[in-house]
Design a protein around this ligand. Structure first.
Ligand SMILES: *[C@@H]1O[C@H](CO)[C@@H](O)[C@H](O)[C@H]1NC(C)=O
Ligand SMILES: *[C@@H]1O[C@H](CO)[C@@H](O)[C@H](O)[C@H]1NC(C)=O
Ligand SMILES: *[C@@H]1O[C@H](CO)[C@@H](O)[C@H](O)[C@H]1NC(C)=O
Ligand SMILES: *[C@@H]1O[C@H](CO)[C@@H](O)[C@H](O)[C@H]1NC(C)=O
Ligand SMILES: *[C@@H]1O[C@H](CO)[C@@H](O)[C@H](O)[C@H]1NC(C)=O
Length: 382
């Protein structure tokens, strides 16, 4: 529990003593204080190799929804967050970006227009106001968000949208000053919008940043300077990279994900003091390895995290078939292995007013057998 003022901590203590007489668990009492003053106490943090939420150190289960900030119907956002809350999923990772090179004419939600060498942030009702609604709805339910700032991939713009507007390539993106200035302005806009919210778990530099064939110092330097910049804007919240966890010496079986081919060095990046925890993903089929690769990948990252004294977040994982068996085993390994503090399955699915949410074959829909196996049972065990 982080309490920054003596007065508050006394108030808290009094409330806890009072509450203990009524059999109310302490963390619930603390949560009411969070609502009163989100800026000073109980910001999600790390405590050794654990994460803490509302002052409670525990193992947390969560999920990903890249699309929730693009929904235009508030009731759909509420439905999803109600279901997450009811399921006991505490962390939700969302896309905090939607970059376009020309203004959509079909009402599509976009957050930033990159055109003719200029960047314009869209704070309108088809822009960041949609993300505002997600943040407010998460606050109401005690769900904590990971918000990231750019995509490596072209979905929702990404690095490509920047290079289309400002020149360069997917690898020069990390070191091109004009581009990094635009990226930082966007980061600043998002952080100043939400840093006072009680719903922020962590800020994330990017989704799956890669710099194929680059010296790992490129991403290391970018991650070090960007995370330091984020801490200068908001020293309270955690910051992570959002990478796949590639480039690992400890526990390596020599296969592609352990190599440095994508310009990532997991152990070195974890040494950056403005990076609070390690992130890794797990997609054996797209990486050309067998599903049995998964357990070793999890324990290897856990070792690196233990060595760095920071928790690891298994922040995306999935298979297209036999989800319950395969992913269930990974969840068990993550739960049992010191150094892994939380996991977020990819990805959450639900029935929205427009029909089913996106199905990329990895989706686990609310209310299904897979949902019971991988969410209900997992949350009960965590
Ligand atoms: C929260 O507490 C901090 C530090 O005590 C104080 O500076 C800030 O104004 C408070 N914010 C609110 C919304 O009460
Ligand atoms: C971390 O959490 C585990 C249970 O999940 C607990 O056994 C351990 O003591 C915690 N460590 C710290 C430093 O809070
Ligand atoms: C970019 O240029 C086009 C063509 O001149 C113009 O229609 C458009 O409004 C410009 N966009 C911005 C953001 O200035
Ligand atoms: C994402 O990273 C990979 C590896 O560097 C690169 O090949 C790919 O082009 C990137 N995606 C985009 C949209 O730039
Ligand atoms: C990578 O960069 C570092 C420092 O910038 C340098 O010392 C090292 O020799 C480079 N490695 C390769 C393989 O070029």
């Amino acid at each position: 529990m982080k309490v920054s003022t003596v007065l508050l901590s006394i108030a808290c203590l009094v409330a806890q003593v009072a509450a203990s007489h009524h059999g109310i668990p302490n963390h619930q009492v603390v949560r009411t204080h969070v609502r009163r003053n989100a800026t000073s106490i109980d910001v999600p943090s790390t405590q050794g190799l654990n994460f803490t939420i509302d002052g409670e150190a525990d193992y947390f289960a969560g999920t990903n929804s890249y699309w929730i900030g693009y929904l235009t119907n508030n009731a759909d956002v509420d439905l999803v967050l109600d279901h997450l809350q009811e399921s006991g999923l505490r962390i939700l990772r969302v896309w905090g970006f939607s970059d376009v090179n020309s203004k959509p004419t079909d009402g599509k939600v976009y957050f930033q227009l990159l055109q003719n060498g200029t960047a314009t942030i869209n704070t309108g009702s088809d822009g960041l106001q949609r993300l505002d609604y997600v943040v407010a709805a998460a606050e109401k339910r005690g769900i904590k968000l990971i918000i990231n700032f750019v995509n490596n991939w072209s979905d929702y713009g990404g690095i490509n949208a920047y290079t289309t507007a400002f020149g360069g390539t997917s690898t020069s993106w990390y070191t091109t000053p004009v581009i990094q200035n635009v990226y930082r302005k966007y980061i600043k806009a998002i952080i100043s919008r939400y840093s006072q919210s009680s719903a922020i778990f962590a800020w994330e530099l990017a989704n799956e940043p890669r710099c194929s064939g680059c010296n790992t110092s490129v991403i290391y330097n970018w991650a070090a300077s960007t995370s330091a910049y984020i801490k200068s804007l908001d020293s309270q919240h955690m910051v992570a990279i959002g990478d796949e966890g590639f480039g690992l010496n400890v526990g390596s079986d020599g296969s592609y994900p352990y190599t440095y081919a994508e310009g990532l060095d997991f152990e070195k990046n974890l040494e950056i003091d403005t990076i609070d925890f390690g992130t890794f993903h797990l997609y054996p089929s797209t990486w050309g390895v067998a599903n049995s690769f998964g357990n070793g990948w999890i324990t290897a990252h856990a070792k690196a995290c233990v060595a760095a004294h920071k928790p690891c977040l298994m922040e995306e994982y999935g298979v297209e078939t036999t989800k319950c068996t395969v992913e269930g085993q990974w969840q068990q390994t993550a739960l049992e292995t010191k150094g892994i503090g939380a996991d977020l399955f990819w990805q959450y699915g639900d029935k929205l007013s427009t029909g089913n949410s996106p199905d990329d074959h990895y989706t686990i829909y609310y209310g299904t057998d897979d949902y019971k196996c991988l969410i209900t049972d997992h949350v009960a065990e965590a």
